[in-house]
Design a protein around this ligand. Sequence first.
Ligand code: ME8
Length: 506
Amino acid sequence: MKSYITTPIYYVNGKPHIGHAYTSIVADIMKRNREALGYEMMLSTGVDEHGQKNQEAAADLEMDVNAYLDMRCKEFKDVFDQFGVSYDYFVRTSRDGHKTAVAGMEQTIFDKDLIVKKQYTGTYCKGCEEFKKESDLTEDGQCPLHPTMKVETTDETNYFLKLEPFREKLLQHIDDNPDFVQPEAFKNELKKMLAEPLEDLCISRPKSRVTLGVELPFDQDFVTYVWFDALANYLTNIGWPENGYEDWWAGCEHLIGKDILKPHGVYWPIMLMAAGLPLPKKLSVHSHWVGAGGVKMSKSIGNTVDPEEVAEKVGIDGLRWYLARHMRADSDSQISVDLIIQTFNSELGNKIGNLLSRVAKFSNKNFDGKVPAPGALTAEDEALRKTVLDAVAGFGAWIDMADIPAQVQKIVEAATAMNEYIDQQAPWSLFKNEETRERCATVLYVTLDCQRVLFEALRQVIPASSGKALAMLNAPSAETPWKPELDRLPGGNPLGELGTLFPRVQ
Ligand code: ME8
């Protein structure tokens, strides 16, 4: 079974920020989840190197455009590598094979008379890299998504793709395939976009304005509109138009933020239909991160969250944890360095890491460096074991993007239950008397084995720390396909080298 997950390819007109890190980290969590189920996986992420914004960003720094693209591309790649994004393919749209394939797709559509040349007068937003209708703009005539970038007036001849002939067919596809766009709120938004007749989509830019792009195969005075070129990455990454891409494509899921629902939900499916190609399996849409108090993140307010700065404080997994845990499915979620640190200390530090340290260190000291061997189990032991097994069950099954926070929440609840169990059972007191020492060993064993189960599941979310925790427990390697099971930590087994998993951050 094959599953192909894609992230958006990000504009390189600035440094990578928390939003970019988010979609790629979530994609990585989903890849690890499916790998644990035994799927053969492909994950693509990368950068969108064409278009006017990137071209102007290079000019602003007075840099050669190729040197600029190389520099930014490396910054994005470094962030994804640092945060453990296990991509199989890093996209650069400047790649020759990609450009040839894009031109091929355009020629196919052109030959079907679905592309027309005409004059256009109107407004253009560089932020969106899109022509705007008056109804798309705010009262003072600006783009609501890019209020600080002034929209420009253009009067140009360009090439346009006809969208309207495909609108009904696309609506039908959405209705016939209930999982095609998720969550429901975004599906409804998309259906609203498709409720009215669609205007033709401008798919070219004159070279007099934009040079950074793929030349049109049928008119060398133009480059391809950056969105047409960028969307095609999803196919060119897996080798299209050569054979061999089909199985990956059949299992393709695009992850995107809500800001780019229209290009992915309207333009891309119609481009594919126009080219005579099948549609991807699924479009999973997430909301946005905003600053504390619900304020949009901006450099001038000073409420942006720099992934590298956060990683210096709470580590890679501290950030991965917050991102996995706190994104809400269909409304914006708050993020700030303080919120990340608070969550790190209270959940990873106090609830999860501390318990492992306390129990493993106590076992190490009093049971000869070994996992204590258990005696008979009580009802309380069985109750905890069932709670933990139920809590991690979701990680042994397919997790949709929108369901990740709820699954992580269950892990927190299981960790709370483990802390309560330890407080009630008080193995430290049980150890003091000879006659309760066996009971002490059982309590420690139950806790350590439950922690093994918990960290086996958490490999999907915080892989590096979970690997360390499992090494401290000296747990046998988990099998693939993975399913949560009790009693795989042998009693009497030596413990590994112990340490502090999540050192407290002030
Ligand atoms: O749109 N919260 O690139 P882009 C969550 N090149 N996610 C966020 C976010 C936030 N505050 N800000 C950005 C482009 N993102 C095109 C894409 S794809 C064929 C071409 C994430 O650099 C989210 O995934 O503007 C969003 O959709 C994407 O970055 C936009 O990245």
